[in-house]
Design a protein around this ligand. Sequence first.
Ligand code: 26Q
Length: 768
Amino acid sequence: MQFDREAFLRETDRILHAEYETDLRSATNKELYNALSRAVMGLCWEDWSKERRTQKKRCGYFSAEFLMGRAIFSNLLNLGLLEDAREALSSVQRDLNDFEEVEDAALGNGGLGRLAACYLESAASMNIPLDGYGIRYRYGLFRQTFVDGYQHEEGDDWTKWGDPWSVRVERDAVIVSFADQKVRAVPYDMPIFGYRNGVVNTLRLWASEPVQEFDFAAFNEMHGEHTAQENFAATKITDVLYPNDNTMVGKILRLRQQYFMVSASLQDIMRKQKEKGADLRELDRAYCFQLNDTHPVIAIPELLRLLQAEGLTFEEAFGVCSRCFNFTNHTILAEALEKWDALALSDILPNVFREIEKCQQRLQAEGQGDKFYIIRDNVVHMANLAIYVSARVNGVAEIHTNILKRETFRDWYERTPEKFVNITNGITPRRWMLLNNPKMVAQIDSRIGTAWHTDLKRLQEMKGHIEDMLPVFGAIKRENKQKLADYIRVHEGVELSPDFIFDVQVKRLHEYKRQLLNAFSILYFYYAIKDGEITDFPPTAFIFGAKAAPGYYNAKGIIKYINEIAKLVNADEQVSKFMKVVFVQNYNVSYAEKIVCAADVSEQISLAGMEASGTSNMKFMLNGTVTLGTLDGANVEICEEAGRENNYIFGATVEEVAAIKQFYCPREIAEGNHKLKRVLETLVNGTFSDDKGMLRHIYDSLLNDYNPDRFLVLYDFADYVRVKEQLLRDYGTQDFDRKCLVNMASVGKFSADRSVTDYNELIWKLNG
Ligand code: 26Q
């Protein structure tokens, strides 16, 4: 894109005058942010509307979550304007870095939402016509602080600085009807800029508003009183993101959110098709839809309903749906597979429920017995509905897809094996390397050029330069660590030295991810140092970041526990020479950008068979970090690509887990390992303060539960500590840095560019 600094500054200045009666010099950071962003939007307007006018087939990525993070830097990067904008601002004594205060758009919980964001960016960069459809939550994922070591949650007002990257499209508003409620859905479009290729796709997020102010006819149709209460109920639908990750909460408001978003999106798409005069029987020639887990699966009966309302028969409509919809599963945890109470569903969406019943009848008419069902015992199984109707079903890593085929959806797989495909997750190298690690990028570019920016496999070419890169790699990693340490000093009040190993575990707090295993190992090392058993512990900073779902008691207990460990360790004069522990508050996308380029060790220690893929593992790998992990999720493929010898693998394999669980007795393990036992006892013996009794609850879940230590923390403990100690002792050698660089050079497969290309070739078949 042509950039004329003077014209750009003039335009920003003009907006400042018009909107805020101020100018480049005296505008507040917030005013400047809005004006500059709007000026950039102005530059891209034409490319954006051009994309929307094209006649090519498009895919709609339907997702309840888009964890976008901060838009401004990544948009400027992709448009090729980052340095221009920085210089333009500094010529008027302003600093682009001041925009680091802009809130993240945290309209997602974790991996599934961030994956959606990476895929939008990669699709635009690969010139694949993919658009996102979701919900414009008024409040995103809660802001987290710690009070006395306990997690506290506050509302996340993500548009506090304004929302200059969205455009409200009034003319595309639609009405969404529930049995007891009609609401207006208004779309807000965000441009998704491809990396320096002029492509602009769209993320369309729907906000709910009351109908009456706008449409009195619709208002009058709804008999009865319309009160302020109802207005409130309408806006409430998109008020807040449910803060659960990998756990199901059967809240009816969540069902309303899901239906609201898919009904609005499908009405919008149908209207456009009709305006074009297209035959709705051939909808699949113009569109297909990727269902991001079960959350948007209610789109299937909704499209059936809408198509029949336009005159198609059920069978015709079913045919269209079975060619349009595809389903991605992101989780094997039984408690995260979405189910709805049939009575509740039929109460608020009777017409939609009827379509689900027709699907059920159609399935049963195929005469394969009761192995296959969508509704059973008055429960609607959304995953089964999705598999039955979709053209393709995919898992997100090899091991995950295999588990889906062999266990979770075994019968379905045997019924229609051709539907099941694997598409291993990926991350966008733009946000996760070009943006957050520019000095490393410059070193790589000077050796192998820049083609790898959009073709990550070509990082392989670095392999011939590893020896020569060793010194600069170490120096840049150290600088990144210093920057992170500075940030942590200011925001967390903990002093870290860049001479320490940075051992990092950042991800949602969940028992299956086993932050507790990490915590136990730290206490184990702590006591070994105290007792004089280890006198030469390699100085290590153990860094955690995680949010716990507000209703997830044990997860919150684990945060408290690690914060107590941090207090103990950091205050200990003898031990803190060798280790520090910090749990950063409010871990989010922007924090992650600072962390992944400053880590020496990436902890990926879920119980084998539990983590569908993981994606932070890929971000660390890209930035030159070794994985300390189990053979779970994408770790398996990371080892295939980078070599197991260049990572640190421990623990039971997925094949072993099933056998172990049959006779598992965690108490025996604790009794047989007095050092582990001593660590465990800190949960109950008063070592740590815990007014709320949370730590005891963790203890009981490990030893006294009906099904104790579900995630084999105690089983894997000894092997984990052994491998972790080996890793920490290897650190500082050239061999260790070589491993880091081999990982970086081998990361190609995990580019989201490859993932979306796979989706397109195997499933969407766009641009064809
Ligand atoms: C379901 C029903 C009711 C309420 C909440 C939910 C719910 C919400 C969020 C269920 C699951 C999620 C999120 C799942 C998720 O983030 N899964 C992660 O997806 C990543 C991208 O594929 C994988 O890398 C991770 O392994 C997986 O945990």
